[in-house]
Design a protein around this ligand. Structure first.
Ligand code: ADP
Length: 265
């Protein structure tokens, strides 16, 4: 009896310790995110003034060498600002400090806007850029159009970045449409370098980047883009995923349920 009681006490004690540790771990995670959010916020202000002043400096009369140097300061600070913005954005989702707009918008227009704004990047790389939206401007949603555009923009620019020949296709469908709600489904299909099976699972994790030793692609970015997309989609009750084959290309798909604001025929 004593042994049984002792073992029961031990199990109870271990369980308590485990609970303590897991509470501590989640506390640390929250502190980490808060720290990141505060730091990136503080860095943004001086960084914006570096960008602003280097722009002004660039407009003055400078020697070629000085102009080149000012330009380098400007483009490095813009890159740094991108990184800081990504970190700030991501940590906001981690700490749950986000709210999504509920404003009427036309998904056809929002998706087209992103597509048109990025067409130039695809044509610079000489790849085909196809737009296959299966619905028209008569469908209206109520929700956060900026965040939708952010996800489409991120996936499209990744697709262009990792595709050197062939095409990038944007497909969009609206299914299960009723007077109250509808499901927006988007696919971004590329014929680029693809992602190996062992990397596919971690691709949506924060700071994840695949190491391409063979292609020697110089990686820019923070590895936060897809992690942010996942948060944006999931916070709105949607799902995001990828299927890919190395050397053949990738298909990133996501779906988000929306309230419908108008469905004219
Ligand atoms: P980053 O800002 O570094 O691009 P992302 O989170 O957007 O970060 O992407 C993470 C990684 O996923 C990329 O660095 C790349 O290795 C891989 N990846 C993303 N999109 C594609 C794609 N369309 N084709 C191949 N690899 C991709």
């Amino acid at each position: 009896v004593i042994t049984i009681l002792y073992n029961l006490w031990k199990i109870y004690k271990n369980e308590n310790e485990l609970i303590n540790y897991s509470q501590q771990a989640s506390q640390y995670a929250i502190s980490k995110s808060r720290f990141l959010a505060n730091m990136s916020h503080e860095i943004r202000t001086p960084l914006n003034s570096v960008i602003g002043f280097s722009e002004q400096l660039g407009q003055g009369s400078l020697t070629d060498q000085q102009a080149e140097q000012v330009n380098a300061i400007r483009s490095s600070s813009v890159m740094l600002l991108d990184v800081v913005n990504d970190i700030l954005d991501f940590s906001k989702y981690e700490t749950g400090k986000v709210s999504f707009d509920k404003i009427n918008f036309i998904p056809f227009d929002s998706i087209n806007e992103v597509f048109n704004s990025i067409t130039i990047q695809a044509s610079k790389k000489g790849i085909a850029f196809k737009n296959e939206i299966s619905f028209k401007g008569n469908i209206g949603f109520s929700g956060d159009s900026l965040r939708l555009k952010q996800v489409v923009m991120n996936l499209l620019s990744n697709a262009i970045k990792f595709t050197d020949k062939g095409s990038v296709t944007l497909k969009a469908d609206v299914v299960n449409i009723s007077k109250k709600s509808a499901l927006l489904k988007i696919q971004i299909i590329d014929t680029g370098i693809g992602i190996a099976a062992e990397d596919v699972d971690m691709i949506f994790d924060e700071f994840a980047q695949v190491y391409y030793s063979s292609t020697k692609i110089k990686q820019k970015g923070t590895g936060l883009g897809l992690a942010i997309c996942k948060k944006i989609v999931e916070f709105q009750g949607g799902q995001i995923g990828v299927t890919s084959e190395i050397g053949k290309g990738s298909t990133f798909s996501f779906e988000i349920p929306y309230e419908t604001s108008s469905v004219d025929s």
